[in-house]
Design a protein around this ligand. Sequence first.
Ligand code: GSH
Length: 217
Amino acid sequence: MYKLYSYWRSSAAFRVRIALNIKKVPVEIIPVPLTSKDVNLDLQLLRNINPAGAVPVLTNGDISLTQSLAILDYLEECYPTPSLLPSDKVERANIRALAQDVACDMHPLNNLQVLRFLLKTMKVSKEQKDDWVVHWLQNGFTRIEEKLSRRHIKEGQFVLGNQISLFEVCLIPQVRNAIAVNLDFSSYPLIRSIYDKAMTLPEFIKASWEQQSDYGK
Ligand SMILES: N[C@@H](CCC(=O)N[C@@H](CS)C(=O)NCC(=O)O)C(=O)O
């Protein structure tokens, strides 16, 4: 039985929750309260399985996997149907690039440890930290919206039409973060419509913040 070390708000863990649901892989979710007062205790336990002290970690017996993109690759290889990638090799690269636009270019700038460093070590104000978050969300979403527009995506479609891809698995958690900071989506209609479509589907709903047992903690 798989165990996923997760945190309700972690967008990297959210990606893996979505993929596990799409591929119908049974999993026990182990919540790690990254921001609670007991964080030191829980982080020490987490560091025993991941030296980075970060979620997600997917375990099964002797297997212990870190890095959400690597975990998504592993799931795709073990459970190829339904696939999160198209069959054409160039298209596969394009979908991976879109997923990496989110997971490699956007997420690392706004993840918890970076924001903590800005506040506690760099002593920036909360307003400056919030400006940083919005800046990098806008920067990333602007590029992605342009890519989607060049692909002639229509509102109400995913990037591959009705097929859920690796891109949506990475995008939806990032959009959820942006909604939480009241980002104005008027310049990103395609991104917003992909989010709205995804959030009608049980695979995404079950993985969402609100459905996690540690939600709000
Ligand atoms: N690149 C990693 C990022 C993992 C990561 O940064 N996880 C965050 C939550 S989204 C975390 O666990 N941070 C621990 C902390 O800040 O204490 C991945 O994709 O899995």
